[in-house]
Write a protein that binds this ligand. Sequence first.
Ligand code: GLC
Length: 533
Amino acid sequence: MWWRDAVIYQIYIRSFADSDGDGIGDLEGIRSRLPYLRDLRVDAIWITPFYPSPMADGGYDVADYRDVHPLFGSLDEFDALLRDAHAAGIRVIVDLVPNHTSDRHAWFTEALAAPRGSAARDRYIFRDGRGDMGVEPPNDWGSTFGGPAWTRTADGQWYLHLFAPGQPDLNWVNTEVREEFESILRFWFDRGVDGFRIDVAHGLIKDPALPDLGEEKEAILEPTRRVDHPHWDRDEIHDVYRAWRKVSDSYDGDRVFVGEAWVASPERLVRYLRPGELHTAFNFDFLKAEWGCQTMRDVIQRCLDAVGSVGAPATWVLSNHDVVRHVTRYGGGEVGSRRARATALLMLALPGSAYVYQGDELGLWEVEDLPEDVLADPVWERSGHTDRGRDGCRVPLPWSGDTPTFGFGPDGSLPWLPPPAQWRGLSVEAQHGDPASALELYRSALRIRREHPALGAGALRWLSAPDDVLMFERDPGFACAVNFADRPAHIRPPGTLLLSSSPLPEGLLPVASAAWFATGRSRSAPEAASIPS
Ligand code: GLC
C-alpha cells in the first residue's frame, strides 16, 4: 500500500510550468518537468483541477468533469502525462470537486431553465425565499468567500452556494448525483489515475431543515468550530465514501482517496478513515499548529493516536494552495525560513505519508504585496476588497534565469501572477547544487527517506530531551531532533548525523533547526539479534 508512506507533491497547475507562453501553467508544462520531480524523489503528484471551467474559483468550479480545459491542454495530453509519469515511477492523483459544480455545468443550465420542483432543480439546492415575495434568502448562511450563500434566479427561487455564486452546491441526497460521481470516478480510474483528492469532503450533506445559524452566522463558516454543524461534517456523508471505496476497491493497482476535510478534531477526521471509507485525509491540525515544541508534539501525538484507532496512516501537510505559505506563517524572513526547513525535516521523519506543496522545496514565501489589479481569487471581490485572498501562495514557480518569467514559461511570456524579483535567487537553477539551499535539503531528505528502512510507515517513540527540544526515535536505527528554543540547545547526539537543516556545531542544535541521526540501535532489533562479526 504505497499511499501509507508516500511523499506526494501538490501541483497547482496554473502556477507550476507553462509550456505555451500564455502565462498559465498546463499539463505539458508538468510533463516537461517530470525529470525534476523524479529527481526530487516524490512518489506521486496531485494535480489541482484542470477541467473545463469558467474559473470563478481557479477551476474549483467544474463545468465538465470528463474533459480538460483548453488552457491546460487536452485529454490526449493528460494521457501522455499519465503515461510518462508512470514511466518515471510517479503516480498521479487528480482533484474531484463533488460539493458543487460550476454554474456553467450542463446540469445547472438545465436547472435554471426548468420549473420549480423539477427533477433538474432537485440535483441542486433550490428554495423559495422568505419575506414578502420571497425577496429574502431562505436562511442566513454566509458563503465561505464572503457575502450570502444564496443567489436568486430569474424566476425568483434561490440556490445555495457555500462558496462563490458560480459554484452551486449539489444535492447529495439525490440518487442521480451519487450515480454521476461514481461514474466520474470510473472515467478517471479507467484512464489509469492512481487516486483522487476530494475537495470539501466534509461539505456534501446539508441539514435538510436548512436552519438559520443566528448568532453563529459568521463563526460557523469555520468548519472546525463545532461538531453539530448544519452544513459541515454531517454523519450522513459517510455513506457516500463507503460507496466510493467500493468503486476504488474494484480496480487493481492500489488506488487511493485523500479527503480534504476541515473538521472539529482528529477524532472527527478519522471517522472518514474507518475501514471501508477513505484511505487518507489531510491532517490540517499540523498545518494550523503554531511553531512550538509542546504544541507540535501534542498535535502529532493526538493525530497518531486518532489514525491508529482506525488503522489509517497519518497524512502530514504544511502548505497548500489555500493557506499562507509556512515560511511566512512561521514568522517570515530568516526566522520563517529556518523554521520551515526544520519543520520539513520534522514532517518527513514522522510516520505516515506527507504532502509537499509546489515551492515548499524552494523555500518560497507568501507574496503579500501582489498588485490589486492582478488578484484573481474570488475572496478579494466577495470580501469587498477587505481580504486579499489566496493568490499570495499561488504565485508561479521560479525555475531559472532572471527574466520576469523565471523560466515558468518561454522567455518573453509573463506569468499570470508576477513572481517577486527576489525569487531569482530561489529558482531551481539558482539552488541546484548549493548544499545550503532549501532545494538540496529537500532532495537529501527525500533520498534518505526513500532509502532508510525506519522512515515512512511505522511508529515513533519520544526521547527525553532538553526543554523546547523535540526528539524521537524510529525503528530501526533513526532519530530526529528539533530545537524550538530561541537559543542553541546542548544535545547528546543520539547517533551519527545524517542530515540537518542548518550546520551543526559539535553537541549543539542551533536555533530553529532539526537534525536526523542514524542511531545504530533499535528496540525491535535488539543488539542480541545483530550479526556477529
Ligand atoms: C477547497 C479548495 C479551494 C476551493 C474550495 C471550493 O477548499 O482547496 O481552493 O476554493 O474547495 O471548491
